[in-house]
Design a protein around this ligand. Structure first.
Ligand code: IMP
Ligand code: MG
Length: 180
């Protein structure tokens, strides 16, 4: 697994520090709001587990699972495979995502949750890759962990064909690992 990594882009220590900073921000912004934190599966699980423990004010957890993504390109064809379980009408909702790439997933998730009439709806993404954004997607992430260059990254929950999610850092794959 490690042998397939060309370079480490964000180290475990950098991740830990940034999540602590984001945690302080979120704790401040959501004080007394009892937000529902919605994680978008599966890529977000590692970030979610770390992030939620740095939010030091009462909150609730929920997840949704959308799908369409295969290999290294997104089709933009989204379906809800598993919807959230809570009623978010009139509640403060924060979406947690692993990466804001072309924006298809986040745009879909955002609209889907917005239709359930939350009191507020914000986005926290661990990674932002603005160079890849599809034209027409204007959604802005309210909280960003790191902005990354236009390279395919793995680790810390992010996969290539379902592998590498368990790497504790963010790395760039060697071209050979794609079968190139
Ligand atoms: P979108 O292109 O913004 O819709 O991104 C959709 C999903 O593609 C993300 O939630 C990730 O699961 C996956 N994805 C996008 N870019 C990368 C990457 O560089 N590495 C691994 N997964 C990615
Ligand atoms: Mg994902």
């Amino acid at each position: 697994m490690e042998k397939d990594i060309l370079k480490v882009l964000i180290t475990e220590e950098q991740i830990r520090q940034r999540i602590q900073e984001l945690g302080e921000e979120l704790t401040r912004d959501y004080q007394g709001k009892d937000p529902i934190i919605v994680g978008v599966l599966k890529g977000v699980v590692v970030f979610y587990a770390d992030m939620i423990r740095q939010i030091k004010t009462p909150c609730q957890m929920d997840f949704m699972w959308i799908s369409s993504y295969a290999g290294t390109t997104s089709t933009g064809n989204m379906v809800v495979k598993r919807d959230i379980g809570s009623d978010i009408k009139g509640r403060h909702v924060l979406i947690l995502e692993d990466i804001y790439d072309t924006g298809s997933s986040l745009d879909f998730t955002y609209r889907h949750l917005l239709s359930k009439e939350p009191a507020s709806l914000k986005i926290c993404t661990f990674l932002d890759k603005p160079e890849r954004r599809k034209p027409g997607i204007t959604l802005k992430a309210d909280y960003v962990g790191y902005t990354v260059p236009n390279e395919f990254v793995v680790g810390y929950g992010l996969d290539y064909n379902e592998h590498y999610r368990n790497l504790p850092y963010i790395g760039v794959l060697k071209p050979e690992a794609y079968g190139a």
